[in-house]
Ligand binder design. Structure first.
Ligand code: ZN
Length: 246
């Protein structure tokens, strides 16, 4: 979800007209579909859950292979975790989509680990919640530049810079706790009010603010949320559960 708030991107690839799996890029969990178009023009796209349509829009396709992706957003929010089908073109089949795939099964995950790359959950007591100095989260280590993604779906409560937190993002999950991601390398890729799904790119591991070394400081706050009446709790049990390496 970029600052343009565009809900889709149609990207013309340079070569090849066969159906191809779209490159995972940083949005590893964001479902996408490659399709071919012999001529430029509008192509309808929709996402269905069984017979029920959850999202629909139109892309301006280029001649050649195009990639369309779905960021999980619906007309008025984000879709719940589950399996969906992303479709391009209309019935009867239009000439605009005469090459390649017309649909693909996509899954929105309930949760993903927030660091998309090699990482260390933190080994010292200093990295832990509490940590002898009122540490309000868990410090997890990874190379600066490693992508940081939303662990669960929700709405961006705050995306800003603070002297201690550096570049940070707070996401209010639906009916759940707030998640805070701190010391990001650069200003967050999302802004206040944005809806995210599990896997939406937020930024990258950094060391901005009061940080020694590249790491992600992650906080978990009970409802009603981060500095909004809730209180921080130890996120490590949850992070261990989410960690694919754990
Ligand atoms: Zn920390």
């Amino acid at each position: 979800m970029l600052r343009t708030r565009s809900r889709l991107r149609a990207v013309a690839l340079i070569s090849g007209l066969a159906a191809v799996a779209a490159p995972p890029a940083a949005h590893a969990r964001i479902p996408s579909l490659a399709f071919g178009a012999p001529t430029p023009g509008p192509v309808p796209v929709r996402v269905v859950d069984g017979d029920h349509q959850v999202a629909a829009w139109t892309v301006r396709a280029e001649a050649g292979v195009n990639t369309v992706s779905w960021d999980g957003r619906t007309g008025d929010g984000v879709a719940p975790a589950g399996h969906y089908r992303l479709e391009v073109g209309s019935e009867p089949r239009t000439t605009a989509t005469s090459v390649g795939q017309r649909s693909v099964e996509v899954a929105l995950a309930d949760h993903v680990f927030p660091i998309r790359g090699p990482h260390d959950l933190g080994r010292s007591i200093e990295n832990r919640f509490g940590g002898g100095r009122g540490h309000q989260g868990q410090d997890m280590f990874a190379d600066c530049g490693t992508p940081v993604v939303a662990a669960q779906a929700g709405r961006v409560r705050e995306a800003d810079f603070q002297a201690a937190a550096g570049n940070f993002v707070v996401i209010a999950t639906r009916g759940g706790p707030d998640h805070a991601y701190m010391h990001l390398l650069a200003p967050a890729r999302v802004r206040e009010g944005d809806r995210v799904v599990a896997g939406t790119l937020l930024g990258a591991v950094g060391a901005t603010g009061r940080a020694s070394g590249c790491h992600l400081h992650f906080e978990l706050w009970t409802a009603p949320g981060w500095y909004a009446g809730g209180h921080p709790i130890d996120p490590l049990p949850l992070l261990r559960r989410w960690d694919p390496a754990g």
